[in-house]
Design a protein around this ligand. Structure first.
Ligand SMILES: Nc1nc2c(ncn2[C@@H]2O[C@H](COP(=O)(O)OP(=O)(O)OP(=O)(O)O)[C@@H](O)[C@H]2O)c(=O)[nH]1
Length: 313
């Protein structure tokens, strides 16, 4: 664009530039920073970040707008060695998501390098034929020479179109990566209205938020044997919303942990979750949490469907 264009001419030029859009699958070992990256790029909290591994269960899309492009991120669950049935479903979902994408983005925790799961994923990616880019994350923690070695090692296994070095935490390197995606995604109309940041239904997002608070509060005490569902969602005349959620656990003993002494745990979880849901909705929230025991929910096909996962046979 030339400098002597008027503002109106510039606007018209930008509007007539072709739009781009597409799906980017984020693949990476647990804790590589996928959720943090999506949240940063989208600029709003759509996926759940916590210190626990394996917190992301279903595909959550964050939608970022960059220049004339709409970039839809599929934040896949961490890929790791499946043990339980639920774990196997998570892995299947992750690879399934990759196959639907225009670009595959492999995110690696530069601190951990190619140890363990990252290497398994690299090998798995050989079977996936879309263009792939390598993104080394957490560069705020690693020396530049180590990054170069890591980039070279990963590119020996897979021919990546490009390698980017970023920090999802500080945002460093993210603009270059977004410039590249905006240019390379196919030309075409946007998939979603401009103001939409996630197609994850609010009910499910609200449940994810409570699940995150549950994990943050109870750490090791309550393992993966818990699941949160939003059962009621009622918009009220005064502009507030009343939400009822159930925390399902597998055993009575876990119910006691979730409630805490004198209900302390559940109260704290409820307060933290209500605050965050209210911030996202920009309206007052009345949140009611219940804890119920449901044995073997991890083997129930209905629960898998609710989480957007395929039930592994
Ligand atoms: N120092 C540093 N920490 C980061 C960065 N990106 C993410 N983290 C941290 O790494 C941890 C894991 O991040 P997540 O975004 O939850 O990772 P994930 O890949 O989505 O994990 P799963 O949902 O388990 O698959 C969190 O404690 C983040 O704060 C980064 O660029 N630098």
């Amino acid at each position: 664009m030339t400098e002597d264009m008027t503002d109106m001419e510039k606007d018209t030029a930008a509007e007539s530039a072709p739009t781009h859009s597409g799906f980017v699958a984020l693949i990476g070992a647990t804790n590589a920073g996928k959720s943090t990256l999506v949240n940063r790029l989208v600029g709003a909290k759509v996926s759940i970040v916590s210190h626990k591994v394996q917190t992301t269960r279903a595909i959550v899309r964050g939608i970022a707008i960059h220049d004339n492009a709409q970039i839809v991120f599929m934040d896949t669950p961490g890929i790791f060695k499946p043990r339980r049935r639920l774990d196997r479903a998570m892995v299947t979902t992750a690879w399934g998501g990759a196959k639907d994408a225009d670009v595959i983005m492999l995110l690696i925790d530069s601190e951990r390098g190619l140890k363990g799961d990252a290497e398994t994923i690299l090998q798995g990616l050989k079977e996936v034929h879309q263009p792939k880019i390598l993104v080394l994350n957490k560069i705020d923690q690693v020396r530049p020479e180590d990054l170069l070695k890591l980039a070279a090692a990963a590119n020996e296994t897979i021919q990546f179109e490009r390698t980017f070095m970023v920090s999802a935490l500080t945002g460093s390197g993210c603009t270059d990566m977004m410039d590249y995606l905006a240019e390379t995604l196919p030309e075409g109309p946007w998939y979603y209205p401009e103001d939409q940041i996630s197609d994850l239904p609010m009910r499910q997002l609200a449940a994810e938020i409570t699940r995150e608070k549950l994990f943050l509060r109870l750490h090791q005490e309550l393992p993966y044997a818990s699941h949160v569902e939003t059962e009621k969602w009622e918009e009220r005349k005064d502009g507030s919303v009343r939400i009822e959620q159930v925390i399902y656990v597998e055993r009575e003993s876990q119910k006691k942990i979730a409630l805490g002494k004198n209900g302390d745990a559940i109260k704290a979880i409820s307060t933290a979750s209500r605050k965050e849901i209210s911030e996202i909705l920009e309206q007052p929230v009345h949140l009611f949490l219940f804890v119920k025991v449901r044995e073997n929910w991890g083997d129930d096909p209905e629960r898998f469907r609710e989480m957007g996962l395929e039930f592994p046979r």
